[in-house]
Design a binder for this molecule. Structure first.
Ligand code: NAD
Ligand code: ZN
Length: 250
């Protein structure tokens, strides 16, 4: 087991305002591929081509084609031990909030309550024309039949309530994350390559306010050796439960 987990546990136990920034890596063990997995979905559907707001305006059917392919892979995804460990850290009063770049709703399903959705949530839909919002369950039949869902009010093709490349991050998510980063004395940076801005700037804001940065990843990132104070190497489905175990047993 990575010796740095013990160091991380020590810092986390004494932290007064611990927050976490999570990325696709925390969900790979639930069967959802991250952008870096080779030979996967993202080699077929390049996010730069399919996951842009421009593509949605031009050819929404094409964006839905990617969504349906993603759905086939992810429809049975359940929270893993990493998500559950984070939810328990919050219940213990140690972790104050998670800022997630994921759109898969798995932190919420694991029981985390304070989750700032930086890139939206694929379990909701919205109409860009008239602004009406929908729950995904209302369109379960469309999604099953792979037909792009249409607005019941104005008949436009609906968009998942996720932030595509080229869209603004929701103002509330940015404001709450910045406030949390300024207040934080420790930040867990979990399963993110920390290259997609502005989310990747969150640990840097915290660092400027003297927070300790603890990174959990299977490989080094742009933050490692630059902003990271403690690097915990390994899969988060293993390292996060071990961290929780050490915190609870001390
Ligand atoms: P990324 O794909 O760029 O990087 C994932 C990181 O997680 C990598 O550094 C990788 O080494 C690490 N990793 C993979 N499996 C791991 C594991 N089991 N344990 C620890 N680390 C692991 O992901 P990102 O930084 O989140 O950026 C991708 C963007 O794509 C985000 O904006 C996100 O919104 C979106 N995205 C979301 C999902 C999802 O909702 N689950 C999936 C793919 C992409
Ligand atoms: Zn509408």
């Amino acid at each position: 087991m990575d010796i740095n987990i013990a160091k991380a546990a020590e810092i986390i136990q004494t932290a007064k305002h611990l927050i976490a920034l999570t990325g696709a890596g925390v969900s790979t063990e639930s069967g959802i591929p991250d952008f870096r997995s080779k030979g996967g979905l993202w080699d077929v559907y390049d996010p730069a081509e399919y996951a842009t707001i421009h593509a949605f305006h031009e050819t929404p059917e094409k964006v839905w084609e990617m969504t349906f392919a993603m759905r086939e892979i992810t429809k049975n995804a359940k929270p893993n031990q990493g998500h559950r460990a984070l939810a328990e850290l919050e219940k213990l009063g140690i972790l104050k909030c998670i800022i997630t770049q994921n759109i898969d709703n798995l932190h919420q399903e694991a029981g985390s309550r304070c989750v700032i959705e930086y890139h939206g949530n694929a379990s909701r839909l919205e109409c860009l024309k008239c602004g009406k919002k929908y729950g995904r369950e209302e369109y379960a039949a469309n999604i099953e039949k792979k037909t792009p869902p249409r607005c019941k009010k104005c008949d436009s093709i609906l968009k998942l309530s996720v932030i595509y490349f080229g869209e603004m991050i929701p103002h509330e998510a940015v404001a709450r994350s910045q406030e949390a980063a300024q207040k934080a004395d420790a930040v867990m940076v979990i399963g993110t390559s920390a290259v997609v801005y502005p989310a990747a700037g969150i640990p840097l804001i915290a660092k400027q306010h003297d927070a300790v940065i603890i990174e959990f990843n299977t490989e080094e990132t742009g933050l490692t050796g630059y902003a990271t104070d403690i690097f915990v190497h390994g899969k988060t489905g293993t390292t996060l439960p071990e961290l929780l175990r050490q915190i609870k047993s001390s």
